[in-house]
Design a protein around this ligand. Sequence first.
Ligand code: PLP
Length: 302
Amino acid sequence: MHFDISNIRTTLLSDDLFTRKQVTLELLRLDEIHPVVSGNKLFKLHYFLEEAVASGHKTILTFGGAWSNHLLATAFACKSAGLKSVGIVRGEEPAALSLTLQQCILYGMQLKFVSREIYAIKDDLLFIQSLKTEYGDCIIVPEGGHHASGAKGAGLIMDLVKDKGYTHICTAVGTATTLAGLLLAAKTTQVVIGVSVLKGMADIEERILSLTGGTANMHQLQLFHDHHFGGYAKQTAALIDFMNQCWKAFQLPLDIVYTSKMLYAVFDAIKSDHFPGNSRILCLHTGGLQGNRSLPVDTLLY
Ligand SMILES: *Cc1c(COP(=O)(O)O)cnc(C)c1O
């Protein structure tokens, strides 16, 4: 690993609700690995970086939008590993770059903007071939690290969890790569819960099958589909309010795209007695806090 994971802690949330329902809720603080780089992204990149270094490739190329946690994590991880990075960005180059893209450039990432039409066919072989001609023989990481290597890397997160007594492991789902990795690495007695942050994401099981080569135990999986708050990166006043409440009550910073929706869903599930008594719930705080900079100032208390 090219980043420090020695100090990762879990934080226990104390609330009347949990006492009444006889459950405990802890967060694995991957957000504390780095101030702007999402923890789960670094894990998903682990085996790609290892391959790039071992095979003598000098460049990693990947894809993302203007506020992409994945692009930023790739830029950071490549810099740390002494590799070059190229980011293919969705949409024409804007007059003013997002803070995320500015930070990518600071980490040495070369950016190429492509239209939404081109971005939609970014996985086509001909397009990939043209990128390899332009940037040399690089390692290509699919958007969001959505690949079996990404899932295997995400599975390393479970190595950080020394306490094997959790009954439920919860994470937000974007590409489902992290979720697939957790399923691969969790104990067979643990329930793994994925909270979709996209509206109507109907192919999560299918994704997990392909990401794990069919080796994941699907009986351990539970999916929550009703907490997308309107869709990817969409938000409501209730969600913002929840984030500010979590800050006031627990000094817990959440991000607007992933971890706030995940935790909101878990709170709702506790309220509706989804979890049996004595459940010990571990939620991954996957980070993503840098994305909050896309919000108007004063939206959040932190
Ligand atoms: C990307 C991301 C996720 C989702 O991970 P997937 O592996 O794409 O499902 C969750 N949380 C944060 C903060 C992220 O940046």
